[in-house]
Design a protein around this ligand. Sequence first.
Ligand SMILES: [Zn+2]
Length: 202
Amino acid sequence: MVKGLGIRIASNTRMYFCAQCGKILFKQDIFCQKHRPYPTKLYKRQMPNYVHYYFYPWSPSTRAMTYALKYGRHRPFLFQMKSRLQYLLQEEGFILDELWVTPNAKGLKKSKNHAYQIAKAFGAKTIHDEHFKQGTQKHTSRLQRRKLRIQGPRPQIDMPVIADDVLTTGATVEALMQYCGWQKAIVITMAYVSKRSINFSR
Ligand SMILES: [Zn+2]
């Protein structure tokens, strides 16, 4: 059983459990009322060529949340969180007209693409979620593969805002920036996993 994702008990019926304590939930959700991790601040990291903002530092409940966001069941959670997310972004002075979403490997449609749903929850007016594609070249080095994977036009923007669910090494963001020739960018993600916290998460 994957907590937070629910288990199928009939052809169109699922049961859901809190990802933190395992308590049965009576509707589709990730956490029970007690364990729902409401974001309280927008964290900021200054990177050499982009500024990274995120709502959740790494913790076991963040891990459960990002897992559930990635593999579906993100809608009720994002619906409950969106006014809080937008409030924290507005407090920081963000007016999100245009948001760019990193290419998703599976070419998922809007309804199933978690990065698109997250960008929507951030309150962006225009979301470019189908702008970039990933190629399928497989027999190259890892670095080359990352570069080769991205396809699509290269938009000329001074300060693009990129959205994603979780940022780890930032390799995807850097590959996207390099591909587009963007010198600087703002990256907004739900969570941040530092290299140091990876061991802790396992
Ligand atoms: Zn709970």
